[in-house]
Design a protein around this ligand. Sequence first.
Ligand SMILES: *Cc1c(COP(=O)(O)O)cnc(C)c1O
Length: 355
Amino acid sequence: MQRRELIDLRSDTVTKPSAKMRAAMAGAEVGDDVYREDPTVAELERETAAALGKEAALYVPSGTMGNLVSVLAQADRGEEAIVGDLAHVFYSEAASAAAFGGVQLRTIPNHAGVLDPAEVERAIRPRDVHFPRTALVCLENTHNRGGGRAITLAETHAVCHVARQHGVKVHLDGSRIFNAAVALDVPAAALCAEADSVNVCFSKGLGAPVGSAVAGTTAFVETARKIRKMAGGGMRQAGVIAAAALIALRDGPKRLHEDHSNAKELARALAESGHFQLDPASVHTNIVVFDLRGATDAEGAALAAAWREAGVLAHHIGAGRFRAVTHLDVTREQVRKAAEIIIDTTSRRRGAVHA
Ligand SMILES: *Cc1c(COP(=O)(O)O)cnc(C)c1O
């Protein structure tokens, strides 16, 4: 069978390290980072803290561990954290905060990724012997299941303000915070200013092969460092991977606008085909979520399989809803080709749509 090149739009995590990254990795100055002797990790942590406007940062193996150490550093066993019902920390992290930290996650509705400050305030527990203490509110920007929506400064500040009034801390899952910063044309540090802790992924749109960081006060980072060690995330000559993350941090944000414009183009083509339900105006960043009109779960899965057969990988999230993500390893041309393949394959299976 002929092997065809697949256009992989499943996630921005699928990018491979560039030649520049591989060269930097090969030449990285390293030491034992558990002894805090790895200069490349130290440099990455300093630059990350500066980019996010925080005192300090800590390199962690993944965004999931970044969120875990951030929650556990700020909420004790038997305490509560308020999260959106579609938040990654609640939806997609295998209940880690509950399993490892005894932290109860209390969900409130996500409105296209946004939390309503009045609903946050209602969910904050009064002091009562029956109730857990509300320790934390978790935000997410951009919002993954919210279709990559960039949460504005005003929306962020409104929730942080309510939390602060009640003595509750805020963790920002900023796995794609640079996508939000680019889409909103504000510095990432401004979007993080009101949060006590922030998680950022180098391994998503920024293009590094591995790793995330958490940032906050020096005291927060030292607590997070201890919890990272407990979780088995203390790494030794981690400069080898931090070297690639440094390039991602320095170069990655500058080209995210290309991914965003490619996502918009994909969204417009899919919407115009008449097969799919989506509003291209709601595509803020590099994530395109779209629905197949009137599809069952089985139909959605079969369609994604047909696209794969024709050369395009996209996620079927379930019930005829799909997600496609643009990233630095897909060009404008490939995104156009992917739209064509998706639309042609869908037309062949379902019949052309006559508008
Ligand atoms: C990817 C992602 C994470 C987790 O990152 P991993 O590195 O895959 O563990 C956390 N939050 C959001 C919003 C994400 O998109």
